[in-house]
Design a protein around this ligand. Structure first.
Ligand SMILES: *Cc1c(COP(=O)(O)O)cnc(C)c1O
Length: 389
């Protein structure tokens, strides 16, 4: 019995290990030089002024919402086809959440649905304060259109780019915040680069950056200019807001910094694998993911949709057959509005029909830089068997 091929897997080199060991032997395990070095590396890579490291993308999304002033009585919109964290961040701030259905081609938030929903919300005086588009699988959303709607209706934009570091939109790096207020990356091990756990918030706005830095560390400042009065002495700091302990450690940052040296290689390997999938899937009863020409995807995930009317099995049966064949397929994602917690807020099945149709057909195939051609052939053969009539 050969081992299960996972859907995603980190790539850790000897240099990565050495970078972490070096920090272990140094004076600082946290709040040392590695975190600012990692932040500078990401900021330079993305061409953005400010990058603020945090202990997860979930924390970064929370702090991003707070920095934009999201609170009770506000409304935040996101896509239902995402990890729950993209929506939970609004609820942490006591705001209301709502969902914009997906585009059936890209599976990202539909600009048509967004546009209609905004016009309707305006009539009812319930416009969102923040919209959170998610670059699903690493494919960038239509940011030019979303940004234009933001200008028209006065909402702020947080790009959840948890899947998308190393990708490009209109030939510029995702994370440069050209069309958003804040962009978020995740460094969970299944994502493009890893720090074990970790996230980053990027912004071009110095005020937003300052607020996010404050909130990631208890709301405490050591900057005299931010204090209510002159320091009592050299020991002095002030808590000027209610923040959190969302800091990244130097161990994590050193790993991230080392991983950054292979980021472009990781993403180009993912593209080679995706291209090979695209070719090998032809003739099978599945739809390969469509790539918008405006984007260079980070290709965090490779999602196929089953043509169920041509397959004599259910979605679940195909999924189970693949797992039984040792293929660690997964499903990204269960529509967030169908989660029991969200049903408890009043969301019902049928609310986002395109997202629900996607959920009924989607399967994520294994996708990570070190997936071998032999493993990929095993995936395709198992899929051929599982999806034939
Ligand atoms: C992974 C992920 C997150 C959360 O990232 P963490 O670093 O695990 O907190 C948020 N949004 C999306 C779209 C994700 O895939």
């Amino acid at each position: 019995m050969t081992a299960m091929i996972p859907y995603g897997r980190q790539d850790i080199s000897e240099a990565d290990i050495q970078a972490v060991v070096d920090v272990l032997r140094s004076d600082y395990l946290t709040q040392g030089p590695a975190v600012p070095a990692f932040e500078k590396c990401i900021a330079d890579y993305c061409g953005v002024q400010h990058a603020i490291a945090m202990n997860s993308a979930t924390s970064a999304l929370h702090v991003a919402c707070l920095a934009l002033g999201v609170g009770k009585g506000d409304v935040v919109w996101t896509t239902p086809i995402t990890f729950v964290a993209s929506a939970n961040c609004a609820l942490y701030c006591r705001a209301d959440i709502d969902f914009v259905d997906i585009d059936p081609k890209t599976y990202n938030m539909s600009v048509e649905r967004l546009s209609e929903k905004l016009a309707h919300a305006k009539q009812h005086g319930k416009l969102p304060k923040v919209v959170i588009p998610v670059h699903l699988c690493g494919q960038p959303c239509d940011m030019v259109a979303i940004h234009a709607l933001g200008q028209q209706y006065g909402f702020k934009i947080i790009e959840d780019a948890s899947h998308a570091i190393g990708g490009k939109y209109r030939n510029e790096p995702i994370g440069n915040c050209r069309y958003s207020d804040i962009t978020i990356f995740s460094f969970h091990p299944v994502k493009i680069i890893t720090t074990a756990e970790g996230g980053m918030a990027m912004t071009q706005d110095a005020q937003l950056a300052k607020r996010m830095q404050l909130l990631r560390s208890h709301g405490i400042t050591r900057d005299v200019n931010e204090m209510t009065h002159a320091p009592d002495g050299p020991w002095y700091y002030q808590q000027v807001d209610l923040g959190y302990n969302y800091r990244m450690t130097d161990l994590q940052a050193a790993l991230g910094l080392s991983q950054m040296q292979r980021l472009d290689e990781f993403v180009s390997k993912r593209h080679v694998i995706a291209k090979r999938y695209d070719q090998l899937l032809m003739g099978l009863n599945v739809s390969a993911p469509w790539q918008h020409p405006d984007g260079y995807s980070g290709l965090h995930l490779y999602v196929v949709r089953l043509k169920l009317d041509q397959i004599g099995k259910t979605h679940r049966q195909v999924f189970e057959a693949l797992r039984e064949a040792g293929i660690g397929v997964n499903l990204h994602y269960i529509p967030v509005h169908l989660q029991p917690y969200y049903a408890g807020l009043g969301f019902e099945a049928g609310y986002c029909p395109e997202a629900e149709q996607y959920y009924a057909e989607a399967i994520s195939l294994p996708m990570y830089p070190n997936l071998t051609e032999a493993q990929q052939d095993r995936v395709i053969e198992a899929l051929r068997v599982a999806t034939s009539k």
